[in-house]
Design a protein around this ligand. Structure first.
Ligand SMILES: [Zn+2]
Length: 88
């Protein structure tokens, strides 16, 4: 079921509907109610723009973590070989 709100009454006010020729009207001010859509086109555009700005940051962070793990592995490998050479 779709949700409705009155564009002129305060949002905290409990909404009461009044049907008028198939249109839903506000019982307080008599204005036609506006249907609330779950996902509006504006939200989709905002999500795409936010993803476009955040994606390079996420990629950079993942590359940095990957590089840090690789250098750590190389360091431990070289220190192990140094210890093996010293022991023999
Ligand atoms: Zn109203």
């Amino acid at each position: 079921m779709a949700k409705y709100y009155c564009p002129y009454c305060s949002p905290g006010r409990r909404l009461s509907l009044r049907a008028n020729h198939g249109k839903k009207m506000c019982a307080f001010c008599g204005e036609q109610l506006v249907e609330v859509k779950l996902i509006s086109p504006k939200q989709i555009v905002a999500f795409v723009v936010a993803a476009a700005f955040l994606m390079p940051l996420v990629l950079m962070a993942s590359l940095f973590i990957q590089e840090a793990n690789e250098s750590e592995a190389k360091e431990s490998l070289s220190s192990m070989s140094f210890l093996l050479n010293a022991a023999s």
